[in-house]
Design a protein around this ligand. Structure first.
Ligand SMILES: C[S@@+](CC[C@H](N)C(=O)[O-])C[C@H]1O[C@@H](n2cnc3c(N)ncnc32)[C@H](O)[C@@H]1O
Ligand SMILES: [Zn+2]
Length: 277
């Protein structure tokens, strides 16, 4: 719930602390009086401006993502991330910190992490459709609509773990909100991830499959502490192929119903544990 995470949030306009307004429980208010309604499904929008709306997952993409993840084909990735999160973090200093997931989508990975780490979690995503599901994904999740490219409406040194799974990365802000003894866990696809589908369905729209790119992005503020490759080869039904196509940013997602056959696909990702420098 939002009340679980409000202590780590800040006003997107003036950066002062937010509190849940006494009595109502459906509004957050900052010290300067800026107010933000908590939407009925339980998330709050802390977008300062219009935001990078173009990159927000649509309702259809989020529905496909929820259905696909629900079938468990990426459960191995969730296990990996949850295992890493329970090993790293701020140790004894983690009291008073939260877990932040940037570009959290449906909250699938964050929920698994919170099962392993007894802290509250902020699911931040620019898509309100994603935030609606993330708000329900775990009792200790507070879901926030915000732009990962802008200054995050999150107080400095808040998070013992910052997660980033297949999502936009903002190293400067990730560093600012991370507790000095915390760790970032970043998951990126490997070059052969879903290779059976790439050519057919133009799945390569986002080119972040290059490890050098990640290294360069984080070099100024983080050190790569460890790397954890994960691969699997699940067999997908035609419907699941259409969901995995539909949940991604590619030209095909409006034609996903044209997918006629399933088959085995390569799942290949790499998780990086990053420590702040
Ligand atoms: C490929 S999805 C991954 C979602 C989730 N981490 C997962 O793996 O299931 C990318 C997510 O980033 C979100 N996103 C895109 N642009 C964003 C931005 N500027 N700020 C915050 N979230 C953004 C999308 O709405 C989407 O939910
Ligand atoms: Zn304010």
């Amino acid at each position: 719930m939002i009340s679980d995470v409000v202590d780590w949030l800040s006003c997107p306009h003036c950066a002062t602390a937010l509190i849940v307004e006494a009595g109502a429980g459906s509004r957050l208010v900052c010290e300067e009086g800026h107010a933000f309604d908590v939407a009925r499904p339980g998330y709050v929008s802390l977008l300062a401006g219009a935001g990078a709306g173009g990159t927000a997952d649509t309702a259809a993409m989020v529905a496909d993502r929820a259905a696909f993840l629900g079938a468990g084909h990426y459960a191995g990735i969730a296990d990996l991330v949850a295992g890493l999160a329970s090993e790293v973090g701020a140790g004894d200093d983690s009291e008073g910190t939260c877990v932040l997931d940037l570009g959290a989508g449906t909250g699938y990975y964050l929920a698994r992490v919170l099962d392993a780490v007894d802290r509250p979690g902020i699911a931040l995503d620019i898509s309100k459709h994603a935030a609606r599901l993330a708000a329900k994904a775990h009792p200790r999740i507070g879901a926030v609509v915000a732009d990962a490219w802008a200054g995050l409406p999150v107080r400095g040194r808040s998070a013992s773990v910052v997660l980033n799974v297949f999502a936009p990365r903002n190293p400067r802000e990730m560093r600012r909100v991370l507790h000095p003894r915390g760790r970032a866990i970043v998951v990126v696809p490997e070059p052969d991830h879903l290779r059976e589908l790439i050519a057919e369905y133009a799945l390569m729209a986002v080119d972040d499959r290059k490890p050098e790119r990640l290294r360069e992005q984080f070099a100024d503020r983080f050190r790569i502490e460890s790397e954890h490759p994960h691969s699997a080869r699940p067999t997908l039904s035609a419907e699941q192929v259409s969901q995995v196509v539909g949940m991604g940013p590619n030209a095909w997602h409006e034609r996903a119903e044209e997918v006629r056959s399933g088959g085995a696909v390569t799942v290949a990702v790499r998780a990086y544990v990053l420590s702040p420098t």
